[in-house]
Each structure stands twice: as structure tokens, then as C-alpha cells.
Design a protein around this ligand. Structure first.
Ligand code: OAD
Ligand code: ZN
Length: 251
């Protein structure tokens, strides 16, 4: 692990443009469940029932109960040392830093990350199904069938459901940043949901060095120059410590 950490720190120090992809795993140590695997959100709840346009057409109240529970849950959690280490990295880096997240929990921004691309939307945002107005409702409780204050139509969570397109501009920016980065960190994601997961091979095709941080091996591991196995709340601060120490030695 020591050697891998040092290798990863060196890759990071050698890069002016850094991009990061995060998934649910980075928020696990904040107390939020991941999606897949034991105890995951998709184990207790079928995707088809709560996270597709069809589910919302069939039973909007059921879908809203699911998202209202997740909203309420968010009110009780805080960013963890993994989120904070990425803020540290953004602040220390003199070149470009882009954080692409699949998470809808807003914890990267809560920690202080600035250049964040939320490619799957955000749970604090709601969008009107009529006039499309998007508003930030924080984590305040909403009714089971919340209505738009402007036009009275049903509101929906402003998150990307299965079978839906990603927000066009945000996705384009993500592709651009990942395609241009010299070092790509892939953190806490099973890397099975597309198009997000495709960013890993896209980075590789554009000659980025890839560092993976995860509890286990994933489909992204074979693309990685180095894979650091462990909880991101521990591994990321360790990596940043080495990165910062080496920076002063290098310069
Ligand atoms: P997953 O639940 O698929 O994967 C979570 C990953 O985090 C797994 O690979 C775990 O091994 C890893 N992990 C868990 N705890 C960790 C920790 N403490 N430190 C490091 N890694 C840890 O979640 P995502 O990959 O984010 O999409 O899932 C991708 C998308 O699928 C989500 O954005 C969501 C979901 O359906 C939508 O809702 C559109
Ligand atoms: Zn409206």
C-alpha cells in the first residue's frame, strides 16, 4: 500500500490537469448507503419502481416518498474526510481541476469543492414537469405530490433516472475535462452505469494516468495505473498528505 500510495502521489504531482469521478462510495463514510451490493439502495427498492420515467407516470407518490426519505436522510449527514481531501486537492492544484460526480447528495459542495459537475442531477433540486422551472428546495420536507408554485403542475426530483439522457451541457463539460486531463481519479464507483462509466476508458484513450480508490476491484481497475484498495475517507487524506509533502520536495 505504501508503494502504491507513493506511486499515485507521483502521478498526481506530475499532472497539471486533474479530473475526478466519484460515486456513492465516497459518501459511504458519511453514512449514506451505496446502490449495489448488500444493504444498498437498489437492494431494498427496485430501480424500476422508483427511478424510471415509467415509475413516475405510474405512481408519482411512491417515487416521491422514496426521494423524500433520501432528502430527509441528507439533512442528517455531513461530508467526510474523503470529500475534504478533494477540496484540499482543488485548492493546492495550480492547473485545472474538475470533479465529476454521479452523486446527487451535494456533499462535495457542502465540503467546499467548487468545480463540480453533477452529471446525475441533485436531490436538493426539483423540476416542474409543466413549465420546467428548476428550484433549489434544500432538504425541506415536501408533500408526496408536490406542485409547482408557478403553474401548479407536478414537480419531480431533478435527478437523472434510468432510460433518461444526462443534462447535455454538464455532460459535455465532463467529457471535455476528462478527455483533457493528465491524471484521472476514479473513486467509490462500481463503474457499471453508462455513460458515466465510459469516462474511464475515455480518459485512458486520451492518455490520462488513472488512479482508482475503492474498497474492491471494479470494471475500472483494469484501466488503472494504480488501484488503492481501502475506504476513500482514509485513503484520500493519506494520498493528499503525500502529494503535499512531495510538492515541497519537488519544487
Ligand atoms: P454503486 O453502489 O454501484 O458502487 C459503489 C462503489 O463504492 C462500490 O464499487 C463499492 O465497492 C465502493 N465503496 C463503498 N464504500 C466505499 C468506501 N468507503 N470507500 C471507497 N469505495 C467504497 O454506486 P455508483 O457507482 O455511484 O445512478 O452507482 C452509479 C449510479 O448507479 C448512481 O449514480 C445511481 C445508481 O443507479 C442514478 O441514480 C442515475
Ligand atoms: Zn411549473
Amino acid at each position: 500500500m505504501e508503494e502504491q500510495l507513493e506511486h499515485a502521489a507521483r502521478l498526481l504531482r506530475g499532472a497539471r490537469r486533474v479530473a475526478v469521478l466519484t460515486g456513492a462510495g465516497i459518501s459511504a463514510e458519511s453514512g449514506l448507503a451505496t446502490f449495489r451490493g448488500a444493504g444498498g439502495l437498489w437492494e431494498g427498492q427496485r430501480v424500476e419502481d422508483v427511478a424510471t420515467p415509467r415509475a413516475f407516470e405510474r405512481d408519482a407518490a411512491l417515487v416521491w416518498r422514496f426521494y423524500n426519505l433520501r432528502r430527509a436522510n441528507l439533512a442528517t449527514v455531513q461530508p467526510n474526510p474523503g470529500h475534504r481531501a478533494l477540496v484540499d486537492l482543488e485548492n493546492r492544484l495550480t492547473g485545472n481541476f474538475t470533479l465529476v460526480t454521479q452523486n446527487v447528495d451535494g456533499l462535495h459542495q457542502a465540503a467546499g469543492s467548487k468545480n463540480v459537475l453533477e452529471i446525475h442531477g441533485a436531490i436538493r433540486l426539483v423540476r416542474c414537469t409543466g413549465c420546467r422551472l428548476t428550484t433549489d428546495r434544500g432538504v425541506e420536507p415536501l408533500p408526496d405530490l408536490p406542485k409547482c408554485e408557478d403553474c401548479g403542475s407536478l414537480l419531480r426530483p431533478d435527478v437523472v433516472w434510468f432510460e433518461e439522457m444526462l443534462p447535455h451541457d454538464v455532460w459535455r463539460q465532463a467529457e471535455e475535462a476528462v478527455g483533457a486531463c493528465e491524471c484521472f481519479l476514479v473513486i467509490g464507483t462500481s463503474a457499471v452505469v453508462h455513460p458515466a462509466a465510459g469516462l474511464v476508458s475515455w480518459a485512458r484513450a486520451n492518455h490520462a494516468r488513472i488512479i482508482e480508490i475503492n474498497l474492491t476491484a471494479t470494471v475500472a481497475t483494469s484501466y488503472a495505473d494504480t488501484a488503492l484498495q481501502g475506504p476513500s475517507g482514509v485513503v484520500l487524506p493519506d494520498l493528499l498528505k503525500r502529494y503535499a509533502e512531495g510538492k515541497t520536495v519537488d519544487s
